[in-house]
Design a protein around this ligand. Sequence first.
Ligand code: CA
Length: 367
Amino acid sequence: MMMTRFASLAVFAVFILSACSSPDQSSNGAATPTAAQEKITLKLAHGWPKGYPIFGESVDDFKALVESLSDGKLEIKVDSTNKHKSAFGIFDFVKSGQYDIGQTASYYYGGKDPDTLFFSSMPFSMTTQEQTAWFYEGGGLELANQVYAKHNIEVMLGGNTGMQMGGWFRKEINSIDDLKGLKMRIPGFGGKVIAGVGAVPTNIPAGELYQALERGTIDALEWVAPGLDLRMGFHKVAPYYYTGWHEPGTELMYFFNTDTMEKLPNWAKSVLRNAARLTAYNMTTTTFDANTENWAAISSQFPDVQIKQFPAEVIAALKESNQKLIDQEIARSPIAKEILESRAAYLEKARSWTKIGEQSYLESIAQ
Ligand code: CA
């Protein structure tokens, strides 16, 4: 199945590449790959265990696509956390040039630069489709690159998880008091939001999540959604599975070391950027598909899972905490203000259409 999908992607990508590279070929013969040209090898680090479903497989797709599009002249060597041992080290690896390319989530690096928190997903914010349009058409990717340029990094979208679930809890959440003192793995802005209502957020790499929940290091966790969550076994120790609010469409990112990119010929840059864009599209589709498959099987294969929604009182308190933090961020720095106002303006415009488009469709045919 992987091979079939990749083959069709590659065929599609060849058309894009030939369209993108023809100006280079006509204006600068030196940029055209030739048989005599040396192979370029780039090192890539991703933040997941080796072979990790979807996120890790997506990097394997990227590698295969880059090597195929470049006719083998561009080689990608991929290291997982099994090799580099640092799930949240991707930012530093690429910034320093220890690795040329990284694949990770931007919001893991709020401690390095608080402005990176806004480029994965934000609580109560845009869905996957809305946010992807913001990135590509609404100035979002330019803003991300403005933030990352300070760190010697160029970014491209890395694929979206779609709507994420609110997480796995050992106990039911019936009121805001049930969140007070609750130790929960939840990264990014969502973590700050639950801290605002008295919970204790933490971040833990994918490979250590089950153990942390099983041993009681944490009381609850959020990871992604059924497509990735069910195979992790969380339901065995935390049967309450809440619907989402904090990550309505989380985008992964490719990081490219700026010095590496500047040294590459134009055709190679074009291959990397177009392969990233295609791989991101592919991962978004793969995740949606995995969610539909696992959701369809949840009641037969995981009968103990109890699907819950947070009470209105809890959602209202989380929204209030979120807004307080947004106001603080807007006051903190001009670039944070610019990003958050850009997100808010795009959300308003996009949501208005989503409501009259998809939401009206779903509501009207359900009557
Ligand atoms: Ca998540």
